[in-house]
Ligand binder design. Structure first.
Ligand SMILES: [Zn+2]
Length: 356
């Protein structure tokens, strides 16, 4: 089986499936789908991004028990990265770690198991995760592709990433009135108003000194249209990027709003879901057992500071995780995946799905 996973990974890596090459996105998806042509395939196409859901049987189930998901797009790499190099028990190349090897494994696993399981299994392949997953996973969610459990095979060192932070981008604007700098009493300085807000924001979300699992806020921009030293600015704004932990999901927006004084306005420019799956859920406990048994290692639950496609299913209340092989160097010139871990990943998932 490992040989087949490596062969398919090589085929997928050869295709430079980057965002601004829609033809290559189509080609990489069709190359992957050739492996599962005996199953039902539903294709989607949104904003130049093809994607598909694959299942056994003629009719798509109202709700899958499990969806195995993967993205076949990559960030741009050097020319020589589009050729897998096998070295020291690793596969090097663009998309080996993120995440064509993981895709190859779930494609072949789906092929082996889809007809054998007593529950509906979906294989979801998309081509736009690196640009947000809106035309891929999110689009399929909107088209009614439901599941009890969503698993994306991003590399996680065979650990279970059961939660990742959500993202809120906010812009706060203050208005005042202009005056000559020599006669401050005639004006109302919008920049000072922004400073007062920023003081409160900094106090509420101090910059952590080291990595920590808590909600953070970055002060990203401070602006004023004023270009003159001898003028009281009548307008100023600040932009922030809040990364919130799933535990704060119910309170974070209200907290941010409460920090904005009444005479300032807050605009939310981005509000992206976290992802989460309870450590107590059957999906996690059984997967942990399979990791212990098959990979002979203690299953570790991890959280992610950055987002993945899992958030699109979390946003509609579905348990979602990332679970995948061992690798490193994603988006770098030195991207690789550990070859043996691909087989372990395959076998852990196989044992897991057969025991669900
Ligand atoms: Zn990825």
């Amino acid at each position: 089986m490992l040989k087949n996973i490596i062969e398919l990974t090589k085929k997928l890596v050869q295709i430079p499936s980057i965002a601004d090459k829609p033809e290559e996105l189509k080609r990489v998806l069709e190359t992957a789908l050739k492996e599962v042509s005996q199953f039902s395939i539903e294709r989607f196409y949104e904003n130049n991004n093809p994607s598909a859901i694959v299942y056994s049987g003629k009719k798509r189930p109202d709700k899958f028990r499990v969806i195995l998901s993967g993205h076949l797009d990559v960030v741009p790499g050097h020319k020589d990265q589009y050729q897998v190099i096998e070295k020291n028990g690793r596969l090097y190349g663009r998309g080996t770690d993120d995440m064509k090897a993981g895709c190859a494994a779930i494609i072949l696993l789906f092929k082996e198991l889809a007809d054998k399981l007593s529950f509906p299994l979906g294989l979801q392949l998309t081509t736009d995760e690196e640009t947000g997953g809106f035309a891929g996973v999110k689009h399929q969610v909107e088209k009614g592709i439901k599941t009890e459990f969503f698993l994306t095979a991003e590399s996680t060192q065979l650990n279970i990433k059961n939660e990742a932070k959500g993202v809120i981008w906010g812009k706060v604007t203050a208005k005042g009135s202009a005056a000559h700098s020599a006669y401050l009493w005639n004006g109302n300085n919008a920049a000072w108003k922004i400073k007062a807000f920023l003081n409160k924001l900094e106090q509420a979300f101090p910059v952590p000194k080291k990595e920590t699992w808590q909600t953070t806020v970055n002060l990203s921009l401070i602006n004023t249209p004023n270009q003159t030293f001898n003028k009281v600015p009548d307008k100023a704004s600040a932009g922030f990027d809040c990364r919130y932990i799933p535990a704060d999901r119910g309170s974070i927006l209200a907290k941010l709003k409460s920090l904005v004084p009444n005479d300032l306005s807050l605009e939310i420019l981005e509000n992206e879901s976290f992802h989460y799956c309870s450590p107590k859920s059957e999906f996690i406990s059984k997967l942990s057992n399979s990791i212990n048994k098959v990979a002979n290692q203690q299953a570790i639950l991890n959280h992610g500071h950055g987002a993945s496609d899992a958030r699109h299913y979390s946003a509609v209340g579905t348990s979602a995780i990332e679970f995948g092989p061992i690798g490193n160097g994603l988006h770098s010139d030195d991207e690789w995946v550990d070859t043996q871990s691909l087989l372990l990943f395959y076998n852990v998932l196989k044992e897991y799905l057969l025991g669900l």
